[in-house]
Design a protein around this ligand. Structure first.
Ligand SMILES: NC(=O)c1cc2c(N)ncc(C(N)=O)c2s1
Length: 319
């Protein structure tokens, strides 16, 4: 008869190990141990929980893939709207955006980020634990896809601090996973997905989380819902670093730019390099960094006036 206390101790140790290994592998893309070691520890935890179901905790790494198939998705009203971005298409538009920003807010610095071609999501945590995940929907009302988002290993079930926060970002399917998925679908005589964004959206709209779990989705988180100032943050770049510290996956290619010339140089540097990325991007997001400058600028009916998205010219499809 194994000692109950020793069992609980070992389960806690395995949670800690698997969360550390998982964070390093799925969030930082820097594995700490070979896959064989990760799998062996996961196997040990699954066996322990099968023999002692009383030891199964809701945030155990084994509990990412829920059992039940949902009858449908319930609606979620976002605490603050998930707005869309205005678009710019060339250098003249970008300079005009900068002129308008400086007319109302004076000299500003910007943050440039890769615009991930996936679907926007909202993740809510209470006291550091993942509680609810939703799609953007129409910006005001989205769908509760918590059970599907729990299967994405780049989404932490428990944060490094017991904070109550909403993180916003993009769920996406890596290019390699997209190619493999379409090969399988072709072999099975199923319709193929037109692009990774549709494949990611289709995967997260599955009512059976076991299907979403097999689609190898990932995320990049890029904002905090509500007032960043509530967390003692003065700028978007600080919010991104805070999301990192909490355990979220953020995109490492972000760049703070002192002026619009640096923004334009950054955009030009990605014009051709984007095909080297393991995920699709459809542009570059440009944001005024300071939250107080953002407040000076405010919003139009549907978009922030302190941000815009430069869209790459559509790639000519080689037929
Ligand atoms: N619609 C939006 O507000 C955004 C959409 C996206 C996107 N698809 N990818 C990256 C960012 C970002 N890093 O801010 C944003 S922001």
């Amino acid at each position: 008869m194994e000692d109950q206390l020793q069992l609980e101790q070992r389960v806690k140790e395995l949670h800690k190990l698997l969360n550390e290994y998982g964070h390093a592998y799925y969030v930082l893309d820097k594995p700490l141990v070979p896959d064989s070691e990760y799998d062996a520890r996961m196997r040990e935890l699954i066996d322990l929980e099968e023999r002692h179901p009383d030891l199964i905790m809701p945030d155990s790494p084994t509990q990412r893939v829920g059992g039940e198939v949902l009858p449908g998705f319930t609606k979620v009203v976002h605490d603050t709207p998930m707005l869309s971005l205005s678009n710019v298409f060339n250098e003249e538009d970008i300079r005009e955006f900068d002129r308008r920003v400086r007319a109302d807010a004076g000299d500003v610095t910007y943050v440039c980020e890769l615009k991930i071609d996936g679907l926007a999501i909202s993740l809510k945590y209470e006291n550091g634990r993942f509680k609810q995940g939703a799609t953007r929907g129409d910006g005001t009302v989205g769908e509760d896809i918590t059970t599907n988002l729990r299967t994405i290993r780049a989404i932490p079930l428990k944060l490094s601090e017991d904070v109550t926060i909403e993180a916003r970002g993009e769920a996406y399917m890596p290019k390699k996973s997209f190619m493999k998925l379409n090969e399988h679908r072709e072999e099975e005589g199923l319709d193929v997905f037109a692009n990774p964004r549709n494949a990611a959206a289709g995967s997260l709209r599955q009512l059976d989380p076991k299907i979403a779990a097999k689609r190898n989705l990932s995320v990049f988180m890029y904002g905090i819902g509500g007032e960043g100032a509530a967390y003692g943050l003065d700028a978007h770049s600080e919010a991104l670093d805070y999301l990192d510290r909490l355990g979220f996956r953020t995109n490492p290619e972000r760049r703070r730019c002192q002026d619009i010339d640096e923004v334009i140089a950054y955009i030009e540097s990605w014009q051709d390099r984007r095909q080297d990325l393991s995920y699709e991007i459809d542009g570059i997001v440009i944001k005024v960094d300071s939250f107080s400058r953002q407040e000076d600028l405010g919003f139009t009916a549907k978009s922030p006036r302190w941000a815009t998205a430069y869209k790459f010219p559509a790639e000519e499809v080689v037929t």
